[in-house]
Design a protein around this ligand. Structure first.
Ligand code: G6P
Ligand code: MN
Ligand code: MN
Length: 417
């Protein structure tokens, strides 16, 4: 099968190639096409990809294209992993909200809205072009904010599923802690993308989360930057993105006195590109481990393999809610375990969500629908409304001010501004 990667010039791509090489039996690939308008990245990244596959003895051909039209024909699946405006735009998302006392994060809060506004139109245009040339291909979307972008794709009628590495990261971590292969662990993972809780961890059908929390709760809480008592009391493991809610003011304080994540990543990216340009380097650099993308290749392989081979296994993905969380719109996109067949993803039933989580999920889901509306139709007023609906913003004058600043700063990437 041919796989196309839109945003293939990303410095993350070798992570993906590493997974394709290790998991070739699960997903046999004959061609990987890296599509990216940035030829300065495409050159070194594709060279690196070829050397990695050669070293692994993988038969796939790596091709490159600067447009969807030149690269996507014949693809069975298309992965979207692009970042409109690169780390420079991300840096604005992470620093501008801080000026107003709000968390500066690329997918959460005002920063996530700014990213959605510039990303949704670009992704929809690309997806339309993909559909013309590869109408049967599945689109697997890693492009953030994944919940909003996936909803945009589904609303436009695309065969799309959103994916994130948070769930697979927990599954791998818990499996390692228990000394069992990850396939034996299934997570009761529920919520929206980057707003999830793990409420159960089944090992061969038995819930071992209470044991995990009793034995490792302190470590897990420390890694998440949350109080250990909170995890013990709740009896769940929140994703690390919940820290932006549960410890918002603490995060803001920290962010004020350190460089943005975008600045850190920009430095890593230039070092990574140097490594990729080095013909002697043919294994995934250790530096890549410092990025947030661990296991995303394994998540992608598993999802694509189940879609093309109709495997019917259960994976955590972003897809339409339907009636899964009955307090949300059926059209909303949720991140839950779903059965994956050739027909797509069907969420498994979920135990009723406790009020402690339900309110926040409902609140953020409503924000997401307003954010999507703002991204599609534009206008500072709609941006303001989305901010007013966001639990981390919510105040009138703050929403007005942030809307004005975001539109002004994002103008270069906003077709309507
Ligand atoms: C995790 C998230 C991704 C996000 C990434 C950021 O993997 O699930 O959605 O893009 O972190 O990592 P970075 O290294 O760019 O900060
Ligand atoms: Mn993610
Ligand atoms: Mn303009």
């Amino acid at each position: 099968m041919k796989l196309a990667v839109v945003g293939g010039g990303s410095t993350y791509t070798p992570e993906l190639i590493d997974g394709f090489a290790r998991l070739r039996d699960e997903l046999p690939l004959s061609e990987i096409t890296l599509i990216d308008p940035d030829e300065h990245r495409l050159g070194p990244v594709s060279g690196m990809a070829r050397r990695m596959l050669a070293r692994a003895g993988h038969p796939a051909v790596v091709s490159t294209a600067t447009t969807v039209e030149d690269g996507v024909a014949g693809a069975g699946a298309v992965l979207f992993q692009l970042r409109v405006g690169g780390q420079a735009a991300r840096n604005v998302d992470e620093t501008l909200p801080l000026r107003c006392g709000c968390v500066g994060q690329e997918t959460t809060g005002a920063g996530g809205l700014a990213k959605a506004l510039r990303t949704v139109p670009v992704v929809l245009d690309l997806a339309e072009r993909v559909r013309r040339l590869a109408p049967d291909a599945w689109i697997v979307d890693f492009t953030n904010p994944v919940g909003i972008v996936t909803r945009a794709l589904l609303d436009a009628g695309h065969r799309a599923i959103g994916l994130c590495n948070v769930a697979i990261g927990f599954q791998r971590r818990f499996a390692a802690g228990l000394g069992v292969p990850p396939e034996r662990i299934s997570l009761g993972h529920v919520g929206l993308n980057h707003l999830t809780w793990v409420r159960s961890v089944h090992l061969d059908g038995r819930d071992v989360l209470p044991r995990i929390l009793a034995e490792h709760g302190d470590e897990i809480a420390a890694d998440l930057g949350l109080p250990a008592g909170l995890l013990r009391d709740l009896g769940v493991v929140p994703s690390y993105y919940l820290r932006y809610f549960y410890a918002h003011d603490e995060v803001v304080e920290e962010q004020r006195s350190k460089p943005s994540r975008a600045a850190e990543v920009a430095a890593m990216e230039s070092a990574l590109l140097d490594l990729y340009a080095d013909a002697a380097v043919d294994t995934k650099p250790e530096l890549l481990e410092k990025r947030g993308g661990a296991f995303y290749s394994e998540a992608a392989v598993a999802l694509i393999a189940s879609l093309v081979n109709d495997r019917g296994d259960v994976q955590v993905v972003n897809t339409r809610n339907g009636g899964t969380l009955p307090f949300l719109d059926a059209d909303a996109v949720v991140e839950v375990p779903a059965r994956i067949t050739a027909a797509g993803a069907v969420p498994l039933p979920v135990e009723p969500l406790e009020p402690l989580y339900r309110g926040l999920v409902a609140h953020v889901s409503a924000y997401e629908s307003l954010a999507l509306d703002a991204a599609l139709r534009g206008g500072e007023r709609r941006v303001r409304d989305a901010l007013l609906a966001h639990p981390l913003v919510g105040q009138a004058s703050l929403s007005d001010e942030l809307a004005r600043l975001l539109v002004e700063a994002g103008r270069a990437h906003l077709p309507w501004a």
